[in-house]
Write a protein that binds this ligand. Structure first.
Ligand SMILES: [Zn+2]
Length: 167
């Protein structure tokens, strides 16, 4: 009997959850393997610019079409600005026309932490750096093939490392 009760509680907890988008939802269960980095708020305030702190640590969103990387098409790798973890390659970047740098695939899904975000009154999938927990942006289901995903990022959460000519 107790077992049944627990089952019902568990079931009601699941069904209470609004449904995020399907593909993006699948990512929520992805386990993270990137080594965790726990740093104090004081560390981030000292290390990051006020703009980067607002995005990475306070989940702010930069205004569309204002970020440094929205229309950057050079070859290279995009790292987390907070901790330097490589997150996206330039060959997965595409022009979504939304005003933010967009990618259809992360270098490794385990380097991203996926969370449900209800801030706008409907569920979205927030993405954070798996190592430093810095807020990056959101992932949506309206991306191009082969993944159908659109990782929508703040330029201010990223650092671009250009690829060397000989590489
Ligand atoms: Zn990071």
């Amino acid at each position: 009997m107790k077992f049944l009760f627990l089952f019902l509680v568990f079931f009601s907890l699941i069904s209470c959850d609004a449904q995020p988008q399907k593909r993006a939802e699948k990512l929520l269960s992805t386990s993270t393997s990137a080594g965790k980095m726990d740093s104090s708020d004081a560390y981030w305030r000292k290390t990051l610019s006020p703009e980067a702190y607002a995005i990475l640590r306070q989940r702010a969103t930069e205004r569309p079409h204002t970020g440094a990387y929205d229309q950057l098409w050079d070859k290279g790798v995009y790292q987390c600005l907070g901790c330097g973890l490589p997150l996206f390659y330039s060959n997965t970047k595409f022009d979504a026309g939304c005003g933010w740098p967009s990618f259809f695939q992360a270098i490794d899904s385990s380097r991203i932490r996926y969370l449900v975000d209800h801030e706008l009154g409907y569920p979205r999938t927030e993405i954070r750096c798996a190592r430093c927990d810095g807020h990056l942006g959101h992932v949506f289901d309206d991306g191009p093939p082969p993944t159908g995903l659109r990782y929508c990022l703040n330029s201010g959460a990223l650092k671009f490392i250009p690829k060397h000519k000989d590489e």
